[in-house]
Design a protein around this ligand. Structure first.
Ligand code: NAP
Length: 304
């Protein structure tokens, strides 16, 4: 990619912080859109609640990567929390899409965060981007979240929905909630262990977002998941191998629900998602296998 000016929302998050570091390392000018007072020229303010973006924040940007959203796996899903999860994504995306559509000249591309929650529970059935939406709160949310980008799409801006799987990292997301169990030697399969987990290494997530920025042939939904989803039993065994911990004890459902609330359904449920569009476009995964993805998530001394 030739150096460009790129705006990023959710830049302080797990994915956003790794992405902005990667872009800045390669000489891109990154403008972090923040919800508080900006700290310097590399930041500009937006307010997803009020639907505003600071004047000129997006001026001169060729691309926007929109990753903001209230954390899904952090708290129990009360009705109030569901509204926060919903509004932060749907209103936030609409705000960014409208602001981009109003610019002249317009940015070339919007890469918008999305999730494999779109497909709902898939059991053993493999799904890809051509598969229909599933059922449940997350599936409904993802559809509304993606539709909220319509103003950008209708303005002719290439729009990619980065349907992300479970990012393998001790620092956030559902995986982040599970790492402490495994580190303490208390990790184990969840439920039957036969459910599929569509994971992705953080490094591949960042590379895939950058690939989407750079590849004009990609638009619409793009699954960001490793090529071969693994069952929870296989993931559990890999966690034990890489962390050198026993994994004999199944993690009880009540403990999971205590930590993850309704979201526990997402890790005890099965999602077998294939990254068809990325593979068709020639994307090469650095960590297609689960052991490699877990090793890559650990600080260097722990890497084998
Ligand atoms: N990590 C995963 O495994 C995973 C899986 C599937 C999908 N995703 C999606 O990918 C996106 C980025 O994920 P992530 O793991 O980097 O998330 P994250 O670490 O939770 O960061 C999200 C960022 O969104 C902003 N944010 C937090 N609460 C918000 C609110 N109420 N309204 C608006 N913005 C808010 C914050 O940035 P500021 O404070 O800087 O505004 C935060 O750093 C999210 O939309 C997430 O749903 C992640």
């Amino acid at each position: 990619m030739a150096p460009m000016r790129i705006a990023v929302t959710g830049a302080s998050g797990l994915i956003g912080s790794a992405l902005t570091a990667s872009l800045a390392d390669d000489g891109h000018e990154v403008v972090a859109l923040v919800r508080r007072a900006p700290h310097g020229p590399g930041e500009a303010r937006w307010d997803p609640e009020k639907g505003t973006v600071e004047a000129d924040a997006l001026a001169g940007c060729e691309a926007v990567v929109h990753l903001a959203g209230a954390p899904v796996a952090e708290r129990r899903w009360t009705e109030r929390r569901k509204k926060v999860l919903w509004d932060s994504r749907v209103k936030g995306t609409a705000t960014i899409a409208k602001a981009m559509a109003a610019l002249d000249p317009k940015p070339r591309v919007l890469v918008a965060g999305s999730a494999i929650g779109f497909y709902g529970e898939t059991g053993d059935r493999a799904v890809d981007e051509d598969s229909p939406a599933g059922k449940g709160f997350l599936a409904d949310l993802v559809q509304a979240w993606e539709a909220a980008a319509d103003p950008a799409r209708e303005a002719g801006i290439r729009t990619v929905h980065a349907r992300t799987g479970l990012v393998v990292s001790p620092r956030g997301g559902a995986w982040g909630a599970l790492f402490p169990f495994f580190r303490a030697g208390l990790g184990g399969r969840l439920g039957s262990g036969r459910q599929f987990w569509s994971f992705i290494a953080l490094e591949d997530e960042i590379a895939a977002l950058r690939f989407a920025l750079d590849h004009d042939e990609l638009s619409g939904p793009v699954n960001l998941t490793a090529p071969e989803p693994r069952t929870n039993k296989e993931v559990t065994e890999a966690m034990g191998r890489v962390l050198h911990r026993p994994t004999v004890l199944p993690v009880p459902g009540f403990a999971l629900r205590a930590v993850l609330g309704e979201f526990a359904g997402d890790v005890t449920g099965s999602q077998r998602v294939r990254p068809k569009r990325l593979l068709d476009a020639g994307f090469a995964f650095a960590h297609p296998d689960i052991d490699g993805a877990i090793k890559a998530a650990l600080p260097p001394p722990n890497r084998v």
